[in-house]
Design a protein around this ligand. Sequence first.
Ligand SMILES: C[S@@+](CC[C@H](N)C(=O)[O-])C[C@H]1O[C@@H](n2cnc3c(N)ncnc32)[C@H](O)[C@@H]1O
Length: 341
Amino acid sequence: MRYIGGKSLLLNNIQNAIIQYTDGNVKKITDIFSGSGVVGKFMKEQGYSIISNDLLYFSYAIARGTTGVNSVPKFKSLEIKDPIGYLNQIVEDTDSLNRENCFIYENYSPNENCERMYFQNDNALRIDIIRKQIEDWKHDELITEDEYYYLLASLLQAVPYVANITGTFGSYLKFWDKRTYNRLTLEPPQIIKGKKCECYCGDYTKILSKKSDVLYADPPYNSREYLPNYHVMETIARYDNPVIRGVTGIRDYSEQKSAFCKKATVEEAFKKLIEGSNSRYILISYNNEGIISTEALSAICKAYAVPDTFRLIESDYRRYKNKIPNNTEGLKEQLYFLKRR
Ligand SMILES: C[S@@+](CC[C@H](N)C(=O)[O-])C[C@H]1O[C@@H](n2cnc3c(N)ncnc32)[C@H](O)[C@@H]1O
């Protein structure tokens, strides 16, 4: 999925830094700000064992249901051979669906009580019915934890393709984009056979003590918090009927604010990250226009580095525009590498 600060164009740069600057004996990588999950997935494909973590539950659910699963689930207890095909067809005829307690339909698609235009009515209903079915199977102990997150990841990955947005859920369009007329369709998540992966959902400080060879850290670069931009995804993942407010129907996120998004706390947050890490090497993704300057972040890294191991690797920033990588004048992607003292 398209994700703010997503690293799909930089996966090789990240791996090259690990190959070039470490002792070559790297087996386990912690992806502590996993976001869309592309880095963890790529590293698993390259043969590494992964610990992944993010503050947002929907990000965790995607990682847990993809990188966190090691073989395509068999759904033995459910006795449905193809649950994804089943979920796609239970919502074939949306006219006959029971519209009660359908949180997404009630709050994010236009009806007598709601003006929000995140989804067309039938797709909003499909999201609700599928989400509730997955939860019921879990409640009735018909699916394992792997199977639960595999199905949830499949639903979450399908949602952006029918959402009436221009990239994030921070706002919705006031006219229907043509993609919203597509029918919500779940696809089986890609499962990679590989080393065992652990997935967590929480503040980075809770994960630092876990031992790995490389701590890969890709925190937010600016004051833009992630939850407001993905609040609908978070609510579909949690499906917890939150109190919502405002034009966009945002949920409360006071518990999910990031220390990396505030000038007053970002320096301390980086110090904690490096000082508290139980990994031999640290690799940080950032850019030269972030809320902490290149000089300040370099100084923090050097303070904790084995002498002469600190490296700053810069490359021209590329962003997806209409699916074509674009150069943006002056902006540099950065990788800060160090061996921890
Ligand atoms: C730049 S994005 C990561 C992008 C990811 N590498 C990718 O390629 O998709 C930063 C991520 O950090 C997460 N985050 C921010 N503050 C956090 C914290 N204190 N603890 C854990 N995760 C945090 C955000 O939810 C967001 O997903």
